[in-house]
Design a protein around this ligand. Sequence first.
Ligand code: GSH
Length: 214
Amino acid sequence: MYRLHGFSQSGNSFKAAFMLRALGEPWEAVFVDYMAGGQNRQPGWRETVNEMGEAPVLEAAGKRLSQSGAILTWLADRHGRYRGRDEDERYEVLRWMLFDNHKFTSYFATYRFMKAFGAAEPDPAVMAFLKNRIDSAFGIVDKHLARSDFMVGDAPTIADISMCGYLYYPVEESGIDVRTAYPNIAAWLQRVQAIPGWADPYTCLPGERIAPLR
Ligand SMILES: N[C@@H](CCC(=O)N[C@@H](CS)C(=O)NCC(=O)O)C(=O)O
């Protein structure tokens, strides 16, 4: 039985939840009280759950894994699904997942958090910097998806499951209408949503939905 530590606002947790659902594997959700309680910052949590202070964390087979990319790769290898068909595809999957973690998810998730959930009013200069980086990363992915149905090859892989992590949340949270600005990403999100097991992040992860603060 898998145990996934996460919370509903966390697109990184959604990546792992979506993968478990796509595999049809039963799993238990363990709520991380990040939004109200800052549980991930507590020394005890860091000692016993994740020294990096981050969700998601997957417990399985006597292991405790963090980093959504490591979790997705481990699950894909373990179940022999969504990993890419051959060695070339698997390196392509890795390449896009690294791009995702550094840029595609990272800038967008930070921007959304600061806009919607950060305690303090965000600094406009910081937001402008992040928006610029988002536009660049999303432009690259939109161009790639003009010639490919999925991020790697013509079938879904963990690269898709990773990169879609933050893109099914309501537009008002980020204030960025990704589907309108990037039509190829919009069409790809529909294809990814057709993977069996897909569910809205707010329905498949624990933790109350919170209205955006701004
Ligand atoms: N690269 C990591 C990022 C994980 C991450 O940033 N998780 C957020 C929640 S979505 C978190 O726990 N952040 C805590 C912090 O940055 O202090 C992954 O893909 O798992």
